[in-house]
Design a protein around this ligand. Structure first.
Ligand code: TYD
Length: 410
C-alpha cells in the first residue's frame, strides 16, 4: 500500500496500518434521486508516524466537501452531550476564566450547545463555525458566530476586532482540522499571554483498546495521543498543562494548554498519561498492526452474528445514522438485505439513505410503531442512553446489538 509523508512533521516514515476500503463521506446521506448517481468515495486508511507519533488519515477529503450549508450533524441531539457541555462550561467559568472583559472563542461551535452555556459566564463569547446551517441555529439563539474556517489571518482579525482570548475551546473539532500547524499559528494569534485552550477529541488509546475503528472517518483527520499532541504544541511555542480523560464519544481526552511561557505549572496528569501511552506501546508501529488485525476479527464477529440472526428469520434494524454508522456498514458490507432501515432522531436525515450502503433512514416513531426483533446500535457511544430511553422495546421482547469491541446481543 503506497504511503505519504506525515502531515504534521513531513517525515516520510508514515506506517500505513489499517485499510477500511473505499468509503463515501460519512455524513453524505443520499436522497432517493442520488441513489442512481455515482457517489464520491475515497480510500479510508490510517498511518502512524514514528517520528512525531501522530496517527492520521493517509488521504483526506477537502474540508469544504464536509462542512457546508447542509452539514448533517447537530450537536444538540443528545441529552448526555448537553449535560457534558454544561459540566465543561461550569469548569471553564469557575476555574479558567480570569477577566470580565476579554473574549473567549469556540472553534466549531455547531448549533451553540456549548457556546450558549459559555455566554452565560462571559457575554463576549464568539463562535467560529463554517457550516452555515448549524451556525444559523446558534445565531437564532442570540449568539455571535463567525461563519468561516479558522485561519491565522482570521485569528488576527478576530483578535483586532474582539480582543485577545482568555480562552479558546473546541469540542471534537481539533481532530477535524487537516492543517494543525495553521491551527497552532491561529492559537498564537488569538491567545492572551495567560490565555488557555481546551480541546476534547476521541482518544487514541481508547480507540485502540476498545477497537473503536468506526471513529476513523473522513472528518477525523487525526487520532490524538497526549504524546503526539504535546509534541505538536511544543513545536509551536505552546504547552499542555493538564489532561483529563472523559467518557464522551466512546472515550475522549480533554487537554488544557497555554503559551509555553505562561505562569501555569504543568500538572502531573500530562506526564502520567504519556507514561501510560508508552506502556501500551503507542509509540511504536507494532501496536497498530495488532489493532488492525483485531479490527478484522471484530468485523467477522459482527457479520457472523447478523448473518446467523437473518438466517433464523429475525427482523433487524439499525439504530442511529451516525457518521460511525457509515464506516461500520461500508467496512462490514451491511446493507438493506440485512437492516430494514436505520432510525434516527435527526429530522433532516429522515427520508434519506445511508451513504454507500443505501439503507433508508426513518424517524424513531417508525421503530416504535412496529418493533423489530433486534436493533443494532450504530452509535455505540450512546448505547447506555439509547437502551435506557427505549425500555419499551425490551419490554416487547426486543434486543439490542452492539459491536464494540466484538459483536454481541446486550
Ligand atoms: P454521534 O455518535 O454523536 O455522531 P457521529 O458518529 O456522527 O459523530 O451520534 C449522533 C447520531 O445518533 C445522530 O444522527 C442522532 C443519533 N441518535 C439517535 O438517533 N438517538 C439517540 O438517542 C442519540 C443519542 C443519538
Amino acid at each position: 500500500m503506497p504511503s505519504k509523508p506525515c502531515r504534521i512533521c513531513g517525515d516520510d516514515a508514515l506506517h500505513p496500518f489499517l485499510d477500511l476500503g473505499e468509503m463515501p463521506i460519512a455524513n453524505a446521506f443520499l436522497t432517493a434521486d442520488q441513489l442512481r448517481q455515482p457517489e464520491y468515495k475515497f480510500r479510508l486508511r490510517t498511518g502512524f508516524c514514528s517520528h512525531c507519533l501522530m496517527v492520521q488519515l493517509i488521504d483526506v477529503v477537502d474540508p469544504k466537501m464536509l462542512f457546508h450549508d447542509h452539514y448533517a450533524y447537530y450537536s444538540s441531539i443528545s441529552r448526555v452531550m448537553d449535560r457534558h457541555f454544561a459540566g465543561l462550561a461550569e469548569l471553564i467559568g469557575e476555574s479558567l476564566l480570569y477577566d470580565r472583559e476579554l473574549p473567549l472563542y469556540e472553534i466549531g461551535s455547531n448549533d451553540g450547545i456549548l457556546l450558549e452555556k459559555l455566554a452565560r459566564w462571559n457575554p463576549n463569547a464568539v463562535g467560529i463555525e463554517p457550516s452555515t446551517n448549524v451556525a444559523e441555529v446558534a445565531r437564532n439563539k442570540g449568539l455571535t458566530v463567525v461563519g468561516e474556517f479558522l485561519t491565522p489571518a482570521l485569528a488576527n482579525e478576530l483578535a483586532a476586532k474582539y480582543g485577545r482570548a482568555q480562552l479558546v475551546v473546541g469540542g471534537n473539532v481539533l481532530c477535524h482540522i487537516p492543517n494543525l500547524k495553521d491551527l497552532a499559528k491561529s492559537l498564537d494569534g488569538l491567545l492572551d499571554e495567560e490565555g488557555v485552550f481546551v480541546f476534547e477529541d476521541p482518544y487514541l488509546l481508547e480507540i485502540v483498546t476498545q477497537l473503536a475503528y468506526d471513529q476513523i472517518y473522513d472528518e477525523h483527520v487525526y487520532y490524538f495521543s497526549v504524546s503526539s499532541l504535546s509534541r505538536l504544541f511544543e513545536s509551536h511555542g505552546l504547552r499542555l498543562f493538564r489532561v483529563q480523560p472523559i467518557p464522551v464519544h466512546g472515550g475522549s481526552m480533554r487537554v488544557f494548554g497555554c503559551r509555553a511561557g505562561s505562569r501555569r505549572p504543568t500538572e502531573s496528569s500530562v506526564g502520567d498519561q504519556i507514561e501510560l501511552e508508552q506502556e501500551n506501546g503507542l509509540g511504536a508501529p507494532e501496536a497498530y498492526t495488532v489493532f488492525a488485525e483485531r479490527v478484522a476479527q471484530s468485523r467477522q464477529s459482527l457479520t457472523d452474528l447478523l448473518g446467523n440472526l437473518k438466517r433464523e428469520g429475525k427482523r433487524l434494524i439499525g439504530y442511529a445514522a451516525a457518521s460511525k454508522a457509515t464506516v461500520i456498514l461500508n467496512y462490514c458490507g451491511i446493507g438493506p438485505e440485512t437492516l430494514e432501515y436505520v432510525c434516527d432522531t435527526t429530522p433532516t436525515k429522515h427520508g434519506l439513505f445511508t451513504p454507500g450502503t443505501h439503507v433508508p433512514i426513518v424517524p424513531i416513531e417508525t421503530f416504535a410503531a412496529d418493533y423489530p426483533d433486534y436493533a443494532f446500535v450504530l452509535a455505540w457511544n450512546h448505547l447506555k442512553e439509547i437502551v435506557e430511553k427505549e425500555s419499551a422495546f425490551a419490554s416487547h421482547g426486543g434486543k439490542f446489538i452492539t459491536h464494540i469491541p466484538t459483536a454481541r446481543v446486550v
